[in-house]
Structures are given as C-alpha cells and as structure tokens.
Design a protein around this ligand. Structure first.
Ligand code: DGL
Length: 265
C-alpha cells in the first residue's frame, strides 16, 4: 500500500490532500501540520528551513512515507533545496503557478495572492523572470487571509467585505489570479461570490496530485490491495483543544489524530 506524508503549517495543505485523494483514492495519507510554529508566512527563511527539516525528520523516521508533499508555498519557496538534500525520498513542493498563469493571461497582468513571506522570496522572483517576463505581477501578501481560511475550515464565518478589500488590487488589475498559498483554495466559495466574473483563478492542487501520481507510478509502488486498511492520519505539533477542528478533521476522512513531540535539541 502506498503511504505518503503531506505537510503544512495548518489546515491549508488539506486543499492539496483533497486533490490527491480524488486522483489516488487508494493511497494512505499522513497529514502533518506544524501548528506549534503556525503561521509560516511570518517566519524568516532560516527558521523556516530549520523547522521544516526538524519536523519532517522526526515524522519520516517513524512513519517512513514513500513520498513527501510540502503542501505549503511559504516552506517550499524557501526550504525545498535543503529538504531534497537531506532526505532520500521523493519530495514534491508547491510553488505559485506563475508559468500556467502567464500562459492563460490575455492582459499580461497576473495577480499573486500569497503569504507575506512568499511574495518576498527570490524563488518567486525567479519564477517570474523565467516564465512570465512578459507579464506584470500584482503581488498581494496577506497573512490575515490564512487566518480567515483556518476559521472557515473550523466552521466559522468570515467577512466577505474584508476578503474583497484584500483581493481588490488584483481584482482591479489582473485577468488571472494565482492562489499562492494552500490555505486559499479553502476560501474558494467565498472568493467566487465576489470576484469579477471574467477573472480566472488557478491554484496548484491538481497539478501536485498529478505529480504525486506520476512519481508513485514510476516507483511501481503497490497500491492498496482490496483488504488493506486505508489509513488517513492527522498529525500535529501542538495539542488541539479546539473541538471544531477535531470534528472537521474527522469529517474530512482522517481516522486518527496524533500529537507529535519533537525531540529536544
Ligand atoms: N499554507 C501555507 C502556504 O501555502 C502556509 C500559510 C501560513 O502558515 O502562513 O504558504
């Protein structure tokens, strides 16, 4: 049976998990979120790299995934090279879909909605230079939107007016908007209610799921036999007192929730 690890700071990576489950229904998924260090969009690069390595290291030793998905743009745009150097397991990262956006845009003005960390990364600047040199990029970095997605996932309400205020610079200028944070697809229904009808929205979820499938197929990893138990676990680094989050995780299809304690040092 295939078993993969999907990683993020909070519940955002679940938007990627949904795409993977859709495409690969017989793969067991450990979803690890580092809620102790959330939000990653506010961490500096050194902390992000060290922390991501430490958490993945701890979980990978025990859980032995066949593949890891860093379902976090903030971490992927910073820590991917270090992670790939350290771990001998295929690692799929999630980075803003600038290349497909530039191809889709007619006006050649594309919007990037991401965390404040991600919009400042050299990695993103390089993506623009390599794949969208003919486009203007309207960057909106918002950590508040991440918190709004966390609240909505727990069944809370968010302000549509606030959402509109944050997205407005992109709505006014661009014809394609990239969701450059895995939390933001969780806001999709709300965004659809306020976005200009002609604005095209893209995120990386499906492309990531397809990449995972390609890599698992290439490794000829056995998929689930009929009687194998499909196990989806939610793992986290700070205990959760929030009943609405636990309920949301179970209704998402996770059948186990476990607190991970990192060794000191
Ligand atoms: N979901 C993450 C991302 O794609 C991290 C958000 C955060 O923790 O700030 O960037």
């Amino acid at each position: 049976m295939s078993n993969i690890l999907v990683f993020d700071s909070g519940v955002g990576g679940i938007s990627v998990v949904r795409e993977i489950k859709q495409l690969l229904p017989s793969v067991s998924i450990d979803y690890l979120f580092d809620n102790l260090y959330y939000p990653y969009g506010e961490l500096d690069e050194v902390t992000l790299i060290q922390r991501t390595i430490a958490v993945i290291d701890c979980v990978a030793i025990e859980h032995k995934p066949q593949l890891i998905v860093i379902a976090c743009n903030s971490a992927s745009t910073t820590a991917l090279p270090a992670l790939r150097a350290k771990f001998d397991i295929p690692i799929v990262g999630v980075v803003p879909a600038i290349k497909p956006a530039s191809k889709l845009s007619n006006s050649k003005v594309i919007g990037l909605l991401a965390t404040q960390g991600t919009i400042t990364r050299d990695y993103v600047e390089q993506l623009k230079i390599n794949h969208a040199s003919d486009c203007d990029l309207v960057n909106v970095g918002s950590n508040e939107l991440v918190a709004m997605a966390e609240a909505l996932y727990r069944g809370g309400k968010i302000s549509q007016q606030r959402l509109l205020d944050i997205c407005q610079p992109i709505f006014e200028q661009a014809d394609v908007m990239i969701l450059g944070c895995t939390h933001f697809p969780l806001l999709m229904e709300c965004i659809n209610q306020i976005k200009p009808p002609s604005l095209v929205i893209i995120d990386s979820g499906l492309a990531i799921a397809q990449r995972v499938k390609t890599l698992l197929d290439a490794r000829v990893v056995k998929t689930k036999a009929p009687n194998d138990f499909l196990n989806h676990r939610a793992l986290y680094t700070k205990s959760i007192n929030d009943k609405s989050l636990i309920a949301a995780l179970f209704s998402e299809g996770f059948n186990e929730t476990t607190l991970i304690t990192l060794p000191r040092g």
